[in-house]
Design a protein around this ligand. Sequence first.
Ligand code: ATP
Length: 295
Amino acid sequence: MNASAGGSASGTPLLSLQDVQVSYPTRGFRSPPLTVLDGISLDICEHETVGLVGESGSGKTTLGRALLGLAPVTGGRVVFGGRDISTLSRAERRRTAKDLQVVFQDPYSSLNPAMTIEDILTEPLLARGEKGGRDIVRRLLDQVHLPQDAGRRLAREFSGGQRQRIAIARALVLDPKLVVCDEPTSALDMSTQARILTLFKEIQETTGVAYLFITHDLAVVRAISHRIAVLLQGKIVELGSAAQVTGDPQHPYTQRLLMAAPVADPVAQRERRVERQRLLERQAERPSEVVDTPR
Ligand SMILES: Nc1ncnc2c1ncn2[C@@H]1O[C@H](COP(=O)(O)OP(=O)(O)OP(=O)(O)O)[C@@H](O)[C@H]1O
């Protein structure tokens, strides 16, 4: 996979979202369904990380859920292994589920605090009627750089960063082809965040796994992604290589998203504020391009 690929994926797509729509029924009598995603088309290749950014409520988690077969796909197709997995029966979906895994944001609520790490890591195998075993646990702990004695300890004995390593190991136990990472570093401090991002990259290098990396943090998405998709009100408004989207954004919404991202250097921050003001003024003169300003 060519990491510097532009808007289109450069290998054979592992998973392909084709004109996907997700709508939820609403409660009111005769009120129309709520369309959360509309016209989403996106390919993800082996060995590729596609970052997904957008403000809160834009539909990032829903897109991840659609890809995992957990959101109601009301239009379009989610093609994986040559099949539309949005129409599979529950039993068929269980078979596909092996290849598509997820790591959530909160390492505290996503792991049972009273289970041993060994039990947490082997649970997905046992649930599928496969054998667990010490060797597998040993390999996984190694892969996420946790000590071997971690297997016998309880999840509640670990820090946030260590728990996220355990959650990553659990996502890897079935050798998935694609992992949806839903804000997996948002609950961590900066240095732990950097170490976890390095771990994700290292795992991709050795296994070839693909990631859909959901985050509202542009610094994170820039650090990890080959390509970035920008979501606004349920639609992808920009899709390109990480370098293009962050260095030469084309859509006014992406431009403002980047302007709103914090920078560490106060001088750069001041310059950014002035630039942002100019951008807003320019865009106010072209109202047809005006969209919601990111927070
Ligand atoms: N099960 C559901 N039923 C009805 N509406 C839902 C459901 N799940 C999500 N939504 C709505 O879909 C929209 C998008 O939600 P989603 O969680 O995908 O956004 P997000 O971009 O991931 O936000 P955040 O960054 O805050 O997590 C929201 O308006 C939300 O209320």
